[in-house]
Design a protein around this ligand. Structure first.
Ligand code: ARG
Length: 466
């Protein structure tokens, strides 16, 4: 292609390899829809400013609409030898309406144009991610509901710590994901500033009604400074961060489910549909999708880190380095959406092996209950802790646990133990004894579940309205 958006100043054509190297059309074609919508709004602003006559405005708008419709119908249409998506749309426009199409770039630069496209794109995609998060949160809440009051051990240092409700475990993960949902809302807010009128760097010299443009494009405000706005990609960093942190949360769900569905734990059974076998070992049922999610979290974190490094050394104003934002953005978006979908399917199809999980929730992990029992009868917690530690040592040596002790044996450890130890020192009594609202007490867990369910309904209703 001999003619580029900027060819006038040059006597020779660019080196073909160099042109290919710096072109972005193969990936920024994803911004097609946002680019055309931005141009439709810009045409309107130019008509109001008197740069386009009414006839020109009508012709340009109709052509842009046709370009948009064609691209939506046939994604393969959005391709060609163009340098980037902006050049592609402009070429299509000029092919259709000639002279009037050449006027569309008046007062605009690809620097504020690409910023607009990205802001529109990030705002759209943050919503898509939020919708997917709701699906996963619902799946976890459904598992919490069907687990009812079944128990499992909770772990610290991956050692049995205290009994909890399995529902408490599922709801724990919903909390992290609800924070992610909110974080994508903040990302949307950050991207919610309309950059057109910044032009290349110093602002536009045409009388562009930026407020009207912002309103038309669904932004609540206009950027404050053209020099900042043309090189600001903080909202991309924000999106990448939100994605990376969500991937961290998905990775931790994956890790928990991998561990708890292993032969050693056996609390969960993964559906056949979400596992793969071994080419050699016939007994294997591997949690590959979960392992991939855990692995891909590294990619998302790497993209965020890479993008921060790209930004950090840039002088003010647009620099071509900024083009690197796109592959990071698109890759992380794809990674997160496919990973969230995979984890949602795994969670939805997960079978809880309640009896097994519950049987693992008793034994020496009731030690804290024994100490609390003594505290209730007046012993200082530190003394109780030491006494029970000694009991644990003896029980371990004889391969026994608290529940097997006779009353006489209890009383060899302390005269404070009375007949009620038999009913107080059980996993069920342990969860019932928890009192704080964030605890695993079954009443607290039921309330937590209804809060999550109510939140899901409220957010879904809000999305339908907005
Ligand atoms: N493809 C470019 C990017 O993604 C568009 C902006 C080009 N601006 C420029 N001055 N070369 O950043």
């Amino acid at each position: 292609m001999s003619e580029h958006l900027w060819s006038g100043r040059f006597s020779g054509a660019p080196d073909a390899d160099i042109f290919g190297f710096q072109s972005s059309f193969t990936f920024d074609r994803r911004l097609f829809e946002d680019d055309v919508k931005g141009s439709l709004a810009w045409a309107d602003a130019l008509a109001t400013a008197g740069v386009l006559t009414d006839d020109e405005f009508q012709a340009v708008s109709a052509a842009l609409q046709d370009i948009l419709d064609t691209g939506r119908r046939d994604p393969a249409f959005v391709s060609g030898p163009d340098e980037d998506v902006h050049a592609f749309v402009e070429r299509q426009l000029v092919d259709r309406v000639g002279e009037a199409g050449k006027r569309l770039h008046t007062g605009r630069s690809r620097n504020d144009q690409v910023s607009l496209d990205l802001r529109l794109y990030v705002r759209r995609k943050a919503r898509v991610v939020q919708r997917q998060l709701l699906d996963l949160i619902s799946a976890l809440a459904d598992q919490a509901a069907s687990a009812d009051t079944t128990l499992m051990p909770a772990y610290t240092h991956l050692r049995r710590a205290q009994p909890i409700l399995i529902a408490h475990f599922f709801l724990a993960h919903t909390e992290a994901l609800r924070r992610d949902h909110a974080r994508f809302g903040h990302v949307r807010d950050e991207a919610d500033a309309m950059p057109l009128g910044s032009s290349a760097i110093a602002g536009s010299s045409y009388s562009i009604d930026t407020d009207a443009l912002a309103a038309r494009l669904g932004f609540s405000r206009v950027v404050a400074n053209s020099l900042d706005a043309t090189a600001d990609r903080d909202f991309i960093a924000g999106f990448l961060h939100a994605c990376a942190l969500t991937m961290v949360h998905l990775s931790r769900i994956a890790e928990d489910v991998i561990v708890f569905s292993s032969e050693e734990f056996g609390f969960f059974e993964l559906a056949d549909a979400v596992t793969t076998g071994s080419s050699l070992m016939p007994q294997k049922k591997n949690p590959d999708p979960l392992e991939l999610v855990r692995g891909k979290s590294g990619r998302a974190i790497g993209r965020l880190t890479g993008w921060l490094v790209t930004m950090k050394g840039l002088p003010s104003g647009y620099n071509k380095d900024l083009q690197e934002d796109k592959e990071a953005l698109f890759d992380v978006e794809d990674t997160l959406l496919t990973s969230t979908a995979a984890v949602t399917t795994v969670v939805r199809t997960l079978v809880v092996l309640g009896a097994h999980a519950e049987s693992a929730a008793s034994g020496l992990l009731l030690a804290t209950e024994v100490a609390d029992y003594l505290v209730l009868r007046g012993m200082a917690f530190r003394d109780a802790h030491a006494l029970v530690g000694g009991m644990v040592r003896e029980l371990l040596a004889s391969g026994r646990d608290f529940e097997s002790l006779s009353m006489a044996e209890w009383r060899t450890f302390s005269a404070l133990f009375e007949d009620d130890v038999a009913v107080r020192i059980t996993a069920r009594a342990a969860v019932d004894a928890r009192r704080t609202p964030q605890s695993t007490n079954p009443v607290a867990v039921a309330e937590a579940l209804s809060r999550v369910t109510a939140w899901l309904e409220a957010v879904k209703a809000e999305n339908h309205d907005g």
